[in-house]
Design a protein around this ligand. Structure first.
Ligand SMILES: *Cc1c(COP(=O)(O)O)cnc(C)c1O
Length: 391
């Protein structure tokens, strides 16, 4: 495979391409490259947590919460065990449960709708826009019933959903909005960052997100005092004071080591996201003219490019993914099966064809390496292999 890669790389190279005989491996994500940059900052702070043996919550969690609140331009930030738990907690704080409906997109990571089902409510899917993959706001009103308690728009791949239109609908119909911004911390819609639009916004610090910790972590941000207070109590089994349980909560706490790592990484987040945007602009040039669709970022949005997701039409996506993989380029399909067709949601009674835009996206999307440490040579190699795989 190595040899094959060398041959194919050299065959298509023009004068500006990498030198003959250079094989360029490009993983989908290279977290070791990121760690190498921050090792000297991270090690002492981890040592400090180890020495303190304050492993759960504590001063780093509190400081991180303040820093994230400032970063997002919101009043409250609550450190949590994962992005999934942040969505779950938001639903619990709104007392959403059996008999309630929650509108969301079928083209997202499982957790978005999984949490709705876990609190006993019914996920009600609304199809997406074909260009940006986010929920289509023009279809939301038709899905609202007297049982609708919340909408969960997802900010997919680093671009915010149309929060202006969604919030207008939600205000008029008196429905709460929980924004699943697991992939989009720092992204903007009409000049306002994730966190400033919905009643509650949730983030994930899973390692593959733009701001990732060394394990699992998450955050919920809100401007609403009463909801913040309730979330803080629910995070520790609903107890306030300790051992007196006001609500039935859970263990949704964030570890001190994760918070310490995140405080170091937060300082780099904007430059990393800027690096991804530069890489995206470079791909936009390199992939121009190939038989694929490049990501669409609306002019009023600023993406953080958690993914650079292309579309490969005509049933060729899987073959192209296999071929570029053989040539040394990593990629991933986010997401291969829309949620309404997942086995666990069979009880909702959906069938293929119910959400055709999502279903077509699931057949055509392919996310390629976009991490900030990518070199120009690597990006050229990705473009070359795609060009080859498509001919
Ligand atoms: C990553 C992700 C989550 C879940 O976050 P975890 O921290 O892995 O629990 C939820 N929703 C979306 C859209 C995600 O990408």
């Amino acid at each position: 495979m190595e040899r094959h890669c060398v041959q194919t790389m050299t065959k298509t190279e023009g004068p500006a391409r990498p030198a003959a005989g250079v094989s360029v491996k490009v993983p989908l994500l290279d977290l070791k490259a990121q760690y190498a940059q921050i090792r000297d900052e991270v090690r002492p702070i981890i040592d400090e947590v180890c020495e303190s043996q304050m492993c759960v919550m504590g001063p780093h969690v509190k400081a991180l919460e303040e820093e994230i609140a400032r970063y997002c331009g919101v009043k409250h930030a609550i450190g949590l065990s994962s992005g999934t738990d942040a969505i779950l907690l938001a639903l619990m704080a709104l007392e959403i449960g059996p008999g309630d409906e929650v509108i969301t997109t079928p083209f997202t990571f499982f957790a978005t709708a999984g949490c709705v089902a876990r609190v006993g409510a019914k996920p009600v899917f609304v199809d997406i826009l074909p260009d940006c993959y986010n929920i289509d706001p023009s279809r939301i009103e038709a899905a609202i019933t007297p049982r609708t308690k919340a909408i969960i728009p997802v900010d997919l791949f680093g671009q915010l959903a149309d929060m202006t239109t969604i919030m207008e609908i939600a205000r008029r119909r008196k429905i709460a909005v929980i924004e699943d911004s697991a992939q989009s911390i720092g992204a903007k819609h009409r000049g306002k960052a994730a966190g400033q639009h919905a009643c509650m916004t949730t983030f994930s610090f899973y390692p593959s997100k733009n701001l990732g910790c060394f394990g699992d972590g998450g955050m919920l941000v809100t401007d609403i005092d009463a909801l913040a207070e309730r979330c803080r109590i629910l995070r520790v089994h609903g107890s306030e004071p300790k051992y007196y349980h006001k609500y039935i909560g859970g263990n949704f706490r964030l570890d001190a080591i994760q918070a310490a790592v995140l405080r170091v990484k937060l300082k780099h987040l904007d430059s990393w996201s800027e690096g991804r945007r530069k890489n995206a602009a470079n791909y936009d040039r390199l992939l121009d003219g190939l038989n694929l669709t490049r990501p669409v970022i609306y002019p009023h949005n600023e993406s953080i490019y958690n993914q650079y997701t292309i579309r490969i039409p005509n049933g060729r996506r899987d073959a192209v993914q296999k071929r570029i993989g053989e040539l040394g380029v990593g990629s991933e399909i986010y997401y291969p099966l829309p949620l309404h067709l997942q086995e666990c949601f069979a009880y909702l009674g959906h069938k293929p064809g119910d959400f055709p835009v999502s279903e077509q996206a699931a057949r055509e999307v392919l996310s390629i390496p976009i991490y900030p440490e990518l070199t120009g040579e690597q990006m050229q190699a990705v473009a070359n292999t795609l060009s080859q795989a498509l001919t």
